[in-house]
Design a protein around this ligand. Structure first.
Ligand code: ATP
Ligand code: MG
Length: 712
């Protein structure tokens, strides 16, 4: 019926409705603070384009920065337009969408569609030997340069759309000044060694990636831009985009069709190192897409007034901020708690105690799943996890040590990557000695060099050595390589018959006696073995998604693209993040521990932030203090009903006990955030209301509390 068909328009405020119903022909920017309904509006707008304007779902593309955000939209959209239509909308991260289309159209930009996606750890493996060459030089100049730094600088260059040649040119231009009146370098000209080294490594790194037929995460975007700008037919879409850096903006511009572009963003929540790019992009978009209109959403529907007030007080200190208004009609609610403890253990115990007490007194209304503890960085989770465990509180880590970065997972994926791409060096180096086969570093290096010289893939070379067609090889190497070769051979055969990825993993585990290997080498082998089982589960999920046509690919794509089940599985693993397993059964009944970064876009009734200290907020190694402030703002604005900020006056930092001060982000606004002693009383905790209840119910609860507890 008409009423249910337009039910997605109910409960929108005037500005939200305007954004949802905005003409598909006019580009639109939605700028708004946290909790103002950006995600809700974007979802409703997609529904409106399909249901009201009758655009085919497959012509709509919704891009997000994280998997979690994409999932969130998928869930919300499914509720409005159903599972089938939702699966037709191309929805995913920039990376996933680029990977999808690059596989399909790679050849048009002279790339091989069989590429393997290279993750951060694998990139590091490639950079390590490249960096080694400069070791002595750098040491002589007393410069310390780590792989991580090199990769971060390369990544930054790629995010700005610079190739290695562009980057080198830029470094030269920047570092060779000052010049004399003839444009020649003067004697005082200096050269920044680090930049030059990085530029040279960048170039070598690119060459290695191409030779490995591999793309790193940034390449997915760079080549995506190339594909979409040279192959305009590849895709014609309506675009809906959340948060962009420069390369991502180029991508959006390249694939946006018929000026049907909607961009949503909040510069106050830029936490991925490119706010200036984001702000610039908004201006660029108004230039590139003439008559772009702007809509501001100014009402927050997430948090109580006191949480919003405290959060805004924090971000308002950012002097570079673009003024934006944000208000709420929600009641004042409970004033945020600022708690000081004498050590990190006391802090963690305080959180655990609070959670336990609140749940005990709010049984049924607030449960474990309504709490989140947001960390500036992962290492803070250890103390918190053990405190929760001590109190018997179930917890899960979101965006922490990522599932797909664990040793046992990477070991198995390496074999499968080799089956898919026999020349992918990082996977070869890993698999050849898993389980340990006594192939020394030297032997492995020799194999790599040999493959290089003979133009054979690594797997083919191994085959040749094993079958004896290569003479001058040590018998020991030949013997050691045997089990590796036969495992790969069997898996390859299975894969060529389109075996299910879950079956491939089961067979692989048998072939290399992986359970035994874990038992012998890992003290916590049981939990690692559990992870292997979890990988099999993940593989069968990907598989059934694929069969339902629910994978990122639409059914049309699934038929025409060269994706095999194995490749789809590998891609899903590489592009996955912990958040994807979020809705797994039982997970909602656990306290969530997450980094502040990973929590962007999400919300919880109760938010607790530990270590709100100088050195953590801002993080002592940051080169952008304002971004750190925005990060704290993102964390605070996840809270619906109750917010705890906490700091410890003493904390152990890399084994040493250090004296700590309250974060300047909070101390500078402390007058605006009343500090209530150290505790909430039990009666106050009683009045916290869960998100399981409708806002109307919550509102009446909160109003009641508000009346007895409005202090400001
Ligand atoms: P963030 O910047 O943190 O990503 P956002 O702007 O995307 O926030 P949403 O997540 O879309 O905000 O909305 C925040 C909450 O407010 C959600 O629970 C959403 O359902 C609710 N909400 C949004 N608009 C309305 C409305 N008009 N009436 C009632 N609730 C609303
Ligand atoms: Mg959002």
């Amino acid at each position: 019926s008409e009423s249910s068909a337009t039910s997605y328009l109910n409960f929108l405020n005037a500005a939200q409705l305007k954004a949802v119903q905005h003409s598909p022909q006019t580009p639109l920017q939605i700028l708004a603070g946290p909790g103002s309904g950006k995600t809700k509006v974007l979802t409703s707008r997609i529904a409106n384009l399909i249901l009201h304007h009758h655009l085919p779902a497959s012509s709509i593309c919704a891009v997000t920065f994280t998997n979690k955000a994409a999932n969130e939209m998928k869930v919300r959209l499914t509720k409005v337009i159903g599972k089938e239509k939702t699966s037709e909308v191309r929805m995913g991260t920039f990376h996933a969408l680029c990977a999808l289309f690059l596989r399909k159209y790679a050849r048009s930009i002279r790339l091989d569609g069989n590429f393997t996606i290279c993750d951060a750890e694998e990139s590091k493996k490639i950079v390590t030997p490249l960096l080694k060459k400069y070791k002595d030089d750098l040491a002589a100049k007393d410069i310390s340069l780590k792989e991580g730094t090199v990769l971060a600088l390369i990544s930054r260059a790629k995010a700005r759309g610079l190739s290695s040649k562009d980057f080198l040119r830029e470094v030269q231009a920047k570092n060779h000044g000052p010049k004399d009146s003839n444009g020649l370098l003067t004697s005082s000209t200096t050269v920044n060694d680090i930049d030059f080294v990085v530029a040279e490594i960048y170039d070598a790194y690119e060459k290695t990636l191409r030779k490995n037929n591999s793309l790193d995460f940034d390449d997915l975007l760079l080549f995506g831009v190339k594909l979409f700008t040279t192959n305009l037919d590849s895709v014609k879409w309506c675009q809906h985009v959340q948060d962009t850096n420069v390369t991502q903006y180029d991508l959006m511009k390249a694939i946006a069709y018929a000026r049907c572009v909607t961009v949503v963003g909040d510069p106050d929540q830029s936490i991925y190192g490119w706010r200036s790019a984001e702000v610039g992009n908004l201006a660029r978009m108004r230039k590139d897409f003439s008559s772009t209109e702007q809509i501001f959403l100014e009402e927050n529907y997430r948090s109580t007034a006191s949480i919003l007030r405290a959060s805004l007080a924090i971000v308002a200190e950012d002097k570079t901020r673009i003024q934006k208004s944000l208000h709420t009609s929600h009641p004042v609610g409970l004033i945020p708690v600022l708690r000081s403890s004498s050590s990190e253990q006391m802090e963690a115990a305080f959180f655990a105690g609070e959670i336990k007490r609140i749940v005990a007194h709010m049984g049924g209304v607030l449960n474990w799943g309504d709490f989140v503890i947001l960390l500036r960085f992962n290492a803070l989770s250890r103390t918190i996890e053990s405190a929760l465990q001590k109190e018997g509180i179930p917890s899960r880590v979101l965006g922490g040590h990522k599932f797909f970065e664990r040793v046992e997972i990477k070991d198995l994926l390496a074999y499968l990557q080799l089956v898919d791409n026999p020349q992918f060096v990082p996977a070869f180096v890993r698999a050849i000695n898993t389980p340990a086969r006594g192939m020394g570093e030297k032997s492995v290096a020799e194999l790599l060099a040999r493959a290089d010289a003979s133009n054979l893939t690594l797997v083919d070379l191994a085959e040749k050595i094993h079958s004896g067609t290569t003479s001058d090889i040590k018998p020991a190497v030949k013997r050691k390589i045997g089990p590796f070769v036969s495992s790969i051979r069997i898996l390859k055969q299975m894969a060529s018959e389109n075996a299910r990825p879950s079956d491939l993993i089961r067979r692989l585990v048998e072939l290399i006696s992986y359970e035994d290997h874990l038992r012998k080498t890992q003290p916590d082998w049981e939990s690692r073995w559990e992870n292997v089982q979890e990988l099999i589960t993940f593989a069968s999920d990907v598989q059934s998604d694929w069969q339902d046509g629910l994978a990122v690919a639409t059914s049309e794509d699934a038929q025409t693209s060269r994706d095999t089940p194995l490749r789809l599985f590998l891609q899903a693993s590489m592009l996955s993040s912990e958040g994807d397993q979020q809705s797994k059964e039982g997970e909602n009944e656990k306290v969530t521990i997450s980094t502040c970064h990973a929590a962007k876009g999400l919300e919880w009734p109760v938010v607790m932030v530990p270590a709100v200290e100088e050195g953590t907020f801002p993080f002592y190694r940051t080169d952008d203090v304002e971004e750190e402030r925005r990060l704290l703002y993102v964390a605070c604005t996840r809270a619906q009903s109750l917010l705890y900020l906490s700091y410890a006056t003493q904390r152990k930092v890399s084994g040493e006990t250090k004296t700590r001060d309250l974060s300047p982000f909070v101390s500078s606004v402390i007058r605006r955030i009343p500090v209530i002693g150290n505790f909430f009383t039990v009666s106050l905790a009683h009045s916290i209301v869960s998100s399981h209840y409708s806002w109307k119910t919550r509102q009446s609860y909160l109003t009641r509390i508000g009346k007895s507890f409005v202090k400001f």
